[in-house]
Design a binder for this molecule. Structure first.
Ligand SMILES: NC(=O)C1=CN([C@@H]2O[C@H](COP(=O)(O)OP(=O)(O)OC[C@H]3O[C@@H](n4cnc5c(N)ncnc54)[C@H](O)[C@@H]3O)[C@@H](O)[C@H]2O)C=CC1
Ligand SMILES: O=C(O)C1=N[C@H](C(=O)O)C[C@H](O)C1
Length: 238
């Protein structure tokens, strides 16, 4: 059932009460934020009131219901599910014509920094300094898909910034929550590792709340977490 304590910030709806959705609900509780809607596979949809922002932390199966709800109630969406199909990504872009949509490939601030560092590295490693670059991701056993959405996004970032594809994407399933993503740049006798490790589900949960705050006052349109963190850090670089 939804919780409804008093608090600041937009009221939140959470679709999917697994690892991310539960961590988000805990973060809302500790911040005194009102969760006015929850949806789970077993419990269905349950709403005390229409939330000001909906966070989708479920799976591709819920996508059509999520889009219908946001379009029908004009509710902004923070879309966290990372393994949608191409038609589903397209439908998300269509929803963004009527409400704000944050496509959150990775919610954490250090992922934003890792992407920016990759772009900086690509700009400097040209000519005789050209690198061989690889991506490695690690998640615990039980993650629904591989490679992770973040690993694919890092590979895309590198290709766009350097003009060269990454040489490999390694996906490992082992160890503790939550995630590791590493870019390795290799020259003749040296290599540079840029590794991002998230050790607590509270990290993406806090990122989802930052995205929800951003989306509440935004105009319709599709943005990524880059726009959210650019705004929060006072940058306008995209
Ligand atoms: N953007 C980011 O930074 C992050 C994104 N994720 C992504 O979020 C998604 C969820 O991740 P986890 O919480 O680890 O997965 P999980 O498997 O622990 O939780 C997903 C939940 O969604 C529920 N669900 C599935 N279909 C549903 C439906 N039709 N209606 C309502 N609930 C439904 C499942 O029962 C499950 O409880 C994944 O795609 C993951 O990659 C996860 C962590 C961070
Ligand atoms: O399932 C996860 O855990 C995560 N999923 C996202 C992804 O696929 O990139 C973000 C982060 O890696 C955690």
């Amino acid at each position: 059932m939804p919780d409804a304590p008093e608090g600041d910030g937009p009221t939140i709806g959470i679709v999917g009460l697994g690892r991310l959705g539960s961590a988000l609900r805990s973060a809302c509780r500790s911040d005194g934020r009102r969760v006015t809607l929850t949806a789970s596979r077993r419990g269905g949809w349950s709403a005390a009131a229409v939330p000001e922002v909906l966070v989708d932390a479920s799976g591709p199966e819920a996508h059509a219901d999520v889009l219908d709800y946001c379009a029908g109630h004009r509710v902004p969406l923070v879309a966290c599910v990372s393994n949608l199909t191409e038609p589903q990504w397209k439908a998300l872009a269509e929803l963004a014509e009527v409400v704000p949509v944050v496509r959150a490939t990775n919610l954490s601030f250090a992922h934003y920094l890792q992407v920016r560092i990759a772009e900086f590295t690509a700009a400097l490693t040209t000519g005789r300094f050209e690198t061989t670059t690889t991506v490695r991701e690690r998640h615990p056993l039980g993650k629904a898909h591989r490679p992770s959405g973040s690993a694919l996004a890092l590979a895309d970032t590198w290709a766009a910034a350097s003009g060269r594809a990454v040489a490999d994407i390694a996906d490992e399933r082992a160890g503790l929550p939550v995630s590791e993503h590493e870019l390795t740049h290799t020259w003749g006798g040296e290599s540079l590792h840029v590794r991002h490790h998230v050790a607590d589900w509270a990290v993406p949960a806090r990122g989802a709340l930052a995205a929800a705050d951003w989306a509440r006052t935004a105009a319709p349109g599709l943005v990524t977490m880059r726009t959210v963190y650019d705004d929060l850090t006072g940058r306008t670089t995209t």
